[in-house]
Design a protein around this ligand. Sequence first.
Ligand code: ZN
Length: 221
Amino acid sequence: MTILHTPAFSGWARGHLLCRVEGISGRFAITLDDGPNPVATGRVLEVLARHGARATFFMLGKSVRKHPALARRVVAEGHEAAVHGDSHWPLPLLLPGVIRRQVRRCGESIHHATGVPPRFYRPPFGIMTRGQSRFIRQIGYEPVLGDVYPEDPHNPGVDRIVSRVLERLEEGSILILHDGSPIGTPRRGQTIEALGIILEEATRRGWQGTTVGEIHPRPAA
Ligand SMILES: [Zn+2]
């Protein structure tokens, strides 16, 4: 099972990354990483629309510049665009100047394509140091991880993705899925099929899938 679900890692991450939101009833956040992708993102949007759900898409800057209309469509359909970096480089190996460029360039590409400045940031591979988290806040973004991750990019099977999610998903959860890939053409059929089943079960439980921004609004000024 993923390192995210081990108590040691999740305890460590919870100190400096948003993993879930307490005190939320009837809602959880859906997030999709590594897009926008011309094969998978449109199909994900269709599944979300069919179930009246919203999501936060953590996009790669280079993919946004390649597919700006797709990034625009994500936001036009009521979803939230967020920063995942310009390339998919692991943060702990990078110097602050490189991180700043990675994050800003991606953020500017999203703003340019969608007209909306992104608020949230998720580090590639879900890993960043405490100091890097402070740095990301200083340059204007809020770091987000999640608390439910079924390892969908490894294509473990639709049933396994669904059961890994449903045994952990709670109100206030942040679910991590993937609509893209940092390299090549991703196979995301399992993720897309699983998402539909997860949303049906969420409806049965009376829960609404939505954006990170909706379960974690900006503090009142
Ligand atoms: Zn990623």
